[in-house]
Design a protein around this ligand. Structure first.
Ligand code: AHR
Length: 619
């Protein structure tokens, strides 16, 4: 491999080349990145009509002691359903409740993770014509042991109207499969609504689960595409993501049924939180909005204006002054400073639809007029034919086998270098099990191809980002978690090797080999923020079953200037190409780093079969 390390020989890589794509799929947000422990906190998941089911809430005590039902008596106008609890037993006599009381419990999303010494804020809304004496507790999955508990006592006059109550619970033990209980032993009727339990150690205190955030921060994403995918549009229009329903106080959000991936979301992770997430990651937000298409329905262009208005209002929410109509809503949520929302995608995978071009132009013209600096992304793949509408970027989605993904490393080599830029906004290997080594290597080769073509490929993100192991709608995701555990798939670790690529310089390389078909390599160079140090990283994928002796010849720099302390070699490989990580073996396929001991202009590297090797140099 001949590497010309002179930066003058290379070209700059887009400073937003590698980012992440967050979709509410696989319980990525509800029961995932958003740290809320209660599932269906407003009892709304059964729909607006009552009686309705309250799952996963359930009662504590059998029907001779307690009855739970729903009615539409909530104080929140957009989510009227509340829980009515008829307590039929009392604290003494023949009619005595069971010793631990009766009530309701919520097991969260396949069990709540409660950890010793940590504190949890429980908020709930309550109403009754009698005084209430409630026990709020976090317990094991069967109601014991009790991990934390507090009493809430209020007089009838205090709870005659809906009242917000708040308690802080400190856990005295750890249990990864816990539940929240609200119990009493007073005979009466009590209504509950909007019950929340949040750990107090969320990332920067903003509600994101810290361990999942750390995994995101580690790969230094330069943009965040959100909130989906097909999630944006819904199977049916009535279940699409409408940003206005997801902002403002959490208690007032109606929530909606995610009918594409089949679960309820309270929309706690709403438009504001996505923008905040991007900001906290130092990533540019890329908003995918509804362009008038669900999977099964379509808005005709003459009727698209309310949707255009919705998009413009969303831009005002993100970017407007705090005295503008929607900017003031953002400011009231605690963010007077506008968010840097400049990238917007008009729909998701809607290009083939009858009204796409017509709808697109209505959005494009209105948005460019109001916000001329926005970068508009079309759903139509312009790599095969010229687009018949204006755009700054266009989506390319790649879902394919590992072998095909490997060969697609050269997909963009011959493309015209003018026109709108390519945004590979979703790519995934579809035959890679739950995320195996071979899939990751194919993905690494594809990313090397994107780096090399970064004069026309401006942005790229893998799909899907997260999977809660209890709800796997899509196999082969980057980060796997449950209530308390987390690991990166080999594909996630591949992404970590590209964390420095955005904004770096891609160097000229030439690979001379008789086994070209199984090898691909690239070299990048970058400087740290104060331009003190220059780094060189050479990445090589060996997609074949044989080891390869690779001689790397470095040209265009003075090997005497290389700092030995900065030399290292990292290898991602495993005994079998189908090896995957699991909760039991989270680091079965994991980058192994070792020092490179000496350096000259020629470096010999033994590439293991099915491996990804990264060599780092510090000048
Ligand atoms: O990534 C999962 C889904 O695949 C996305 O929602 C959609 O855009 C694609 O078809």
């Amino acid at each position: 491999l001949l590497v010309n390390a002179s930066r003058a020989s290379g070209h700059p890589i887009s400073d937003r080349l590698f980012g992440i794509f967050f979709e509410e799929i696989n319980h990525a947000g509800a029961g995932g990145l958003w740290a809320e422990l209660v599932n269906n906190r407003g009892f709304e998941a059964g729909g607006p009509n009552t009686p309705s089911y309250i799952s996963p809430w359930s009662t504590i005590g059998n029907e001779s002691y307690v009855m739970a039902s729903t009615d539409r008596s909530s104080c929140f106008d957009l989510n009227k359903v509340a829980l009515r609890l008829d307590v039929l037993c009392d604290d003494k006599g023949d009619n005595a409740c069971p010793a631990d009381g009766v009530g309701i419990y919520n097991p969260g999303f396949w069990g709540m993770n409660i950890e010793k010494g940590k504190t949890y804020k429980v908020v709930f809304h309550v109403r009754s014509s009698d005084s209430v004496n409630l026990s709020i507790s976090l317990t094991g999955s069967s109601g014991s042991p009790v991990l934390a508990s507090a009493s809430v006592i209020a007089s009838a006059s205090d709870v005659l109207n809906w009242t917000k109550m708040e308690v802080r619970l400190e856990a005295t033990a750890t249990n990864h499969n816990s539940r929240l209980q609200i119990t009493t032993n007073q005979q009466e009727v009590i209504w509950f609504d909007q019950v929340s339990a949040m750990p107090e150690d969320t990332y920067l205190g903003h509600g994101f689960r810290s361990d999942l955030m750390q995994m995101l921060a580690q790969i230094k994403p330069k943009f965040l595409r959100f909130p989906g995918g097909d999630y944006v549009k819904g199977e049916w229009l009535q279940n699409a993501f409408h940003w206005k329903d997801t902002v403002g106080p959490w208690e007032e959000r109606p929530g909606h049924y995610n009918d594409v991936w089949n679960y309820w979301t309270d929309d706690a992770l709403g438009f504001f939180e996505f923008l905040q997430l991007a900001e906290e990651l130092g990533a540019l937000p890329v908003w995918v909005f509804h362009s008038g298409f669900s999977i099964r329905e379509e808005i005709e262009t003459p009727n698209i204006h309310p949707f255009v208005r919705e998009a413009l209002d969303g831009l005002e929410f993100a970017r407007g002054d705090s005295d503008s109509t929607w900017g003031s809503v953002r400011a009231n949520m605690g963010h007077p400073k506008p968010f840097d929302l400049r990238y917007i995608a008009i729909g998701n995978q809607d290009c083939g639809r009858k009204n796409y071009r017509g709808n697109y132009l209505e959005f494009y013209n209105a948005i460019k007029q109001a916000y001329p600096d926005t970068q508009v992304i079309s759903n139509c793949d312009g790599s095969s034919q010229k687009l018949d509408h204006p755009s700054d970027l266009y989506d390319v989605h790649v879902y394919t086998s590992a072998n095909n993904m490997f060969s697609m490393a050269h997909q963009f080599d011959q493309m015209p270098r003018t026109g709108p830029k390519v945004f590979v906004s979703e790519y995934a290997v579809t035959d890679g099990g739950k995320g195996n080594l071979l899939a990751a290597l194919a993905q690494a080769a594809f990313l090397i191809g994107l780096e090399k073509n970064s004069d026309i490929v401006d942005m790229a993100s893998n799909a899907p980002l997260f999977v809660n192991a209890n709800d796997r709608s899509f196999s082969n995701d980057a980060i796997v978690f449950d209530s308390s555990q987390i690991y990166g798939t080999p594909g996630y670790w591949v992404q970590s090797f590209f964390a420095e690529s955005s904004g770096a310089t891609i160097l000229s390389t030439s690979l001379q080999t008789n086994s070209t078909s199984s090898l691909i390599a690239s070299a990048i160079s970058w400087q740290d923020s104060d331009n003190q140090n220059t780094y060189l990283r050479i990445k090589v994928v060996n997609y074949g079953s044989n080891s390869v002796n690779l001689k790397i010849s470095l040209r265009g720099f003075d090997s005497n200037s290389i700092k030995l302390s900065g030399l290292s070699k990292s290898i991602l490989t495993s005994a079998h190409p189908t090896d995957e990580n699991t909760f039991q073996e989270p680091q079965k396929v994991f980058p192994k780093k070792s020092p490179l001991r000496s350096i000259s202009k020629d470096v010999d590297v033994l590439l293991s079969p099915y491996s990804f090797t990264s060599l780092d140099f510090l000048e």
